[in-house]
Each structure stands twice: as structure tokens, then as C-alpha cells.
Write a protein that binds this ligand. Structure first.
Ligand SMILES: [Fe+2]
Length: 159
């Protein structure tokens, strides 16, 4: 009680890690634009989308067709070309061995992030790519894809 919980999330420039309750994460993401897709990310299936399998994912941009990723996933890929501006991963259950990799388009450096329960990674999908390595195991993320709108905090095409 009494902790400083921010009600809104800010526009990622291009990424940050936020800590707070899931409800506030969802409301904060919705304030940035229109939801394109929500998905539980975890090791639920043996085939299909990589987001729901226990497999490494090469660096990619969500919503855009990537030949390598499609090949990795056996041809399964969901496309929303140009429609996924912001991505939010909220960690529901963590796994210290499961590593999220991110790389800004203007950098060669790949940063590694291990999300803990209650933490969220929010990033601009137009400005960076992401991937995953290590076992997914019991880790579950709640993922939201957002298309920025004029009324949201982010303006399409801007940083
Ligand atoms: Fe992804």
C-alpha cells in the first residue's frame, strides 16, 4: 500500500522496463494507441507460432514477415505489416534462464533482459528488433501489440 504506482505508461524511446500491476499495464498500453493483438506467450505448443513454443527466436520485428523467423517457426507467421508500433511484454511468471534480446536499429549491440514477474518491457517495434534465447519453461508473458494513434501519446512515424 502507498507505493508509487504510475497509472500511465510513457511512449517508449525506444524501450524501457516498467513495474506494476497487470491491469495498469493494460490500461497504460491502451493509452498509447489501438490494440492489434493480445497473446499469452509461453511454452504451450509443439508446433506453430514461436511465441507459444519452447524455442529460441532470432531477432525480428513483430507483425512483419521475416523469412528467417518464418522458417524457424515452420512457416507460421502472423502479419500486421506496419501495424505494430509498440509492443509490451508483461511478465506473469518468470524464468531466470529465459532471456529476451533486443537490438536498436542504429546499434550493433544486442542487450539481454531477464524479466521478473510483475515487470514489463515496452518498446517501439519500428525502431528495434527483439528475440529470445534459453528455455521458456514455465515463463508466461502477456503480450500486447499496439498501433499508435493520433489521440494516443505516440504519433505514427515519430519517435
Ligand atoms: Fe516477437
Amino acid at each position: 500500500m502507498g507505493e508509487d504506482v504510475t497509472n500511465s505508461l510513457t511512449v517508449p524511446t525506444p524501450f524501457y522496463i516498467w513495474t506494476g500491476p497487470l491491469e495498469q499495464f493494460v490500461l497504460g498500453m491502451l493509452a498509447l494507441g489501438t490494440p492489434v493483438e493480445t497473446l499469452l506467450v509461453g511454452a504451450f505448443n509443439d508446433t506453430g507460432r514461436g511465441a507459444q513454443r519452447d524455442m529460441d527466436l532470432t531477432l525480428h520485428r513483430d507483425g512483419e514477415h521475416d523469412a528467417q523467423l518464418a522458417a524457424d517457426q515452420g512457416g507460421m507467421y502472423v502479419e500486421h505489416p506496419g501495424g505494430v508500433d509498440y509492443v509490451g511484454f508483461y511478465c506473469i511468471t518468470d524464468n531466470p534462464k529465459c532471456v529476451t534480446c533486443i537490438q536498436m536499429d542504429d546499434s550493433h549491440k544486442v542487450q539481454e533482459i531477464i524479466l521478473k514477474s510483475g515487470q514489463a518491457l515496452i518498446f517501439d517495434n519500428r525502431l528495434m528488433r527483439h528475440g529470445r534465447k534459453g528455455p521458456v519453461g514455465e515463463r508466461i508473458l502477456f503480450r500486447l501489440w499496439i498501433q499508435a494513434t493520433e489521440t494516443g501519446s505516440g504519433v505514427r512515424g515519430s519517435k
